[in-house]
Design a protein around this ligand. Structure first.
Ligand code: KG4
Ligand code: ZN
Length: 341
């Protein structure tokens, strides 16, 4: 089974082709093409929906052609088309959804509609060892922070999520307060490498709450207040900026890990899967591994390769492979508010 995946939920236009045999084996990634309008968006300090949609329109066809070429595939060898139907920016989503519907009708191929959030977990299904159910999945991306218990592919229980800002959004907003450009998560992490995380006290919102919910807006506000209460803090010396970045990163990482550990203590699982752009954070990856080792927990830990943590179409095609449920192309509609809850 060869699946063409299409992803256009935000500012990345992506197409990828995967090939798989059955539910018990991993799929093979034949191509993975991504065009990003992030450089254009960075000028505005965030994503301008109209701009992102216009860039999607410009790049969608070349990106799909690129994915076919890279995989050395002709349209006739594609068995199905998978597309992100939500959540995301409506203008961006529509470009992918309408393109996929058209290709499905013209090429006469089944169409599978994919929830972008669920698909993030399928980046881990592209690693060497396929995950073992049941597992706890932590999705930490720019727009979402969700904790789930997966019993099977299409059988999951929503445990909790953020009540306000997402972990990635918190990274980005704090990065902006530190004078870094959008999206600042990776830059903040880079700055934090040289910093001392104990130099500042940053709150860990809801870390002790008896549920699996998160809240990050207070953390961002605390950083904002700290910077305004100490004029010149960021100008004093480079090290204070790095220290603050390290303290912010440590706080976000500690909250994410504490909640996930609490979930594995509550539910009997074989594995933890980290997903979403924030899963690219090295501190988060290292700390998770260290803690699981020090607690001697016999739980597999799976995190996608860095290029598959952030938005891509390989995860869309893979999610469709393991959740193969074609729908009538004429009935598919983009849903910007789709959730996992
Ligand atoms: O999953 P993703 O590509 O897009 C959404 O679906 O939201 O996630 C993007 C988010 C951004 O907030 C970005 O700053 C964050 O992931 N991110 C990171 C790192 N790399 C990307 N955050 C912290 N550390 C990183 N290394
Ligand atoms: Zn995403």
């Amino acid at each position: 089974m060869i699946i063409l995946g299409i992803e256009t939920s935000c500012d990345e236009t992506a197409a990828a082709i995967v090939e798989g045999k059955n539910n018990q084996s991993r799929v093979k990634l034949l191509s993975n093409v991504i065009a990003s309008s992030i450089d254009i968006q960075a000028k505005y300090g965030g994503v301008v929906p109209e701009q992102a949609a216009r860039q999607q329109l410009k790049t969608i066809i070349p990106v799909i052609k690129g994915a076919l070429q890279e995989a050395r595939c002709k349209p006739k060898s594609i068995d199905a088309i998978a597309v992100t139907c939500g959540p995301g920016l409506i203008g961006s989503l529509l470009v992918g959804v309408e393109t996929a519907k058209t290709l499905s009708l013209v090429w006469n191929k089944p169409l599978i509609s994919v929830n972008h959030l669920l698909a993030h977990f399928y980046a881990s299904w592209l690693t060497d060892r396929i995950p073992l159910f049941p597992y706890i999945g932590l999705l930490a991306s720019g727009g979402h922070t969700d904790l789930l218990l997966f019993k099977n592919h299409n059988q999951y229980q929503y445990l909790g999520g953020t009540r306000d800002d997402a972990a990635g959004e918190c990274f980005d907003k704090c990065a902006r307060l530190l004078g870094l450009s959008y999206p600042g998560g990776a830059q903040l992490a880079q700055l934090a490498e040289k910093g001392d995380s104990t130099a500042f006290e940053i709150p860990r919102p809801m870390i002790g709450s008896k549920n699996f919910d998160f809240s990050f807006s207070g953390l961002k506000t605390a950083v904002s207040n700290l910077i305004s209460s100490q004029p010149g803090l960021l100008l004093e010396s480079g090290s204070q900026r790095a220290n603050l970045a390290a303290a912010i990163e440590a706080a976000i990482v500690e909250v994410l890990i504490t909640k996930t550990l609490s979930a594995i203590q509550t539910y009997q699982v074989n594995q933890i899967i980290l997903a979403g752009g924030v899963a690219a954070n090295q501190k988060l990856r290292q700390q998770f591994k260290l803690i699981l080792k020090s607690c001697q927990l016999k739980i597999n830990f799976s995190v996608p390769p860095l290029n598959l943590c952030t938005d891509n179409a390989a995860m869309i095609a893979t999610c469709a492979f393991y959740n193969f449920k074609p729908i009538n192309p004429l009935l598919l509609q983009a849903n910007p508010n789709l959730s996992l809850a």
